[in-house]
Design a protein around this ligand. Sequence first.
Ligand code: PEP
Length: 258
Amino acid sequence: MTSRTPLMAGNWKMNLDHLQATQLVQKLDWSLKDAEHDYAAVEVAVLPPFTALRTVQTLVDGDKLSIRYGAQDLSPEDEGAYTGDVSGAFLAKLGCTYVAVGHSERREGHGESDELLNRKVQAAYRHGITPILCCGEGIDVRKEGKQVEHVLAQIEADLVGIPVEQVTSIVIAYEPIWAIGTGEVATPDDAQEVCGAIRGKLAELYDQATADGIRILYGGSVKSSNVAEIMSQTDVDGALVGGASLKPEEFAKICGFQ
Ligand code: PEP
């Protein structure tokens, strides 16, 4: 089986100004150094707000840190009269490795459709940025037992027209909405059920070797106390971490789950 390097990505959401961002990245770096973190074994990334990206870039470049970073969203367009939007071209100039696409707080809070998210995935690839494509079901869908079909429909729609050469680098984050920021973590079996089904769908849309190489993260109230059992699942290759990524020592522990 293809080996996949786990990725631990911290989604800061709308938290931390650029000064606080500097402190957090420095503390995270120190905590990871203390823990003798092996970045080749487990990749670490942070997703600050747009306003802190330049500062994080300066720190990472200046101190030659191994922590990667990315944005939480991007425009489907490259430039022009789109007030308030931020283009993938700008994010690429800021050295972003990743960009989150379709976080549930954007799907729900900003009415982002799968058609729009598909255009955002394409925009990310146009600028050489790896999308972290988020998917997940709300509590009503989960209660009906329709989580797998719901998530697979999202993935299929979001990846329309994305060629195999591009999709090999994508990161998918399965985040059940009922587990985000609620303290209610999905069981390892819940996470495996959907992450395994996503890999199956990727094999169907592309091929098995491609599906085996794609990293699928779990997100939803991940903490140092529950990360190990989540990571023990066959098809879980990392975590997208919200609240706990704002605490550098705790996030460093999450990164060292093994
Ligand atoms: C997230 O925002 O992607 C997330 C998973 O948040 P939390 O870890 O706080 O549930």
